[in-house]
Design a protein around this ligand. Structure first.
Ligand SMILES: [Zn+2]
Length: 214
């Protein structure tokens, strides 16, 4: 994962949220969620507006695997940090939304949110320190961190299945290329972080740090 700078609250989303909050006032969670499900064609969070915000703040990448999402407008999905079912009052709350590739979103599915363990990349400035990327293509919790921090990293890896087979293969290929081909590595360094040539931004940032220790 990599630090993401959240944009200001998208205006239409804010408006939708206000109307929705008025409608669900006084309802319990189940009632509010049922109300949302009944009206999900009217109350929208994945609009052109939110897509545009995510496109900019995420550099067209998934918030979890940091993979460049080809055809962002069609392929990206909106991930609710606290699930719609568990926290219907946050369905249109900008700070509760992240953008995700389809696979990461599907892998988490409806697994509940742990406020002690969840690492929100828009909130945690040094989120990159939590993860190490090894040559086998896998991501691991950074062993130099505290036990609690390692547990948080492990939780995120498990929640979004960041060591799933397909992802590990692609990551390994990308790493191999960065490590073995200096021309390739140097050309990536000159590119904008939104470039699709940097397939996994988190991996690239990790190796850049390894090569240029501060
Ligand atoms: Zn992803």
């Amino acid at each position: 994962m990599i630090k993401i700078h959240r944009t200001h609250n998208p205006a239409v989303l804010e408006k939708t949220n206000k109307t929705f909050q008025t409608e669900i006032a006084g309802m319990n969670e189940k009632e509010a969620y049922d109300f949302y499900k009944k009206h999900s064609r009217v109350y929208l969070y994945n609009t052109n507006e939110t897509k545009t915000h995510f496109k900019i703040m995420n550099k067209e990448r998934c918030s979890f695997c940091t993979k460049f999402i080809q055809d962002f407008d069609d392929e990206m999905t909106v991930e609710h940090i606290q699930l719609k079912r568990d926290a219907p009052q946050l369905i249109f709350e900008w700070n509760n939304l992240l953008c995700s590739c389809r696979t990461c979103n599907t892998k988490r599915s409806t697994k509940a949110h742990s406020s002690e363990k969840y690492l929100d990349p828009t909130n945690i400035t040094d989120i990159e320190k939590y993860f190490c990327y090894e040559l086998d293509g896998k991501v691991y919790p950074n062993q130099e961190l505290s036990r609690q921090e390692q547990q948080q990293a492990a939780y995120m890896i498990k929640l979004y299945q960041l060591n799933r087979k397909g992802l590990v293969c692609k990551r390994r290929e990308f790493m191999k290329q960065i490590m073995s081909d200096d021309d390739f590595y140097n050309s990536l360094k000159t590119m904008d972080e939104a470039s699709q040539n940097i397939i996994f931004l988190s991996v690239f940032a990790y190796y850049k740090r390894q090569r240029m220790p501060s």
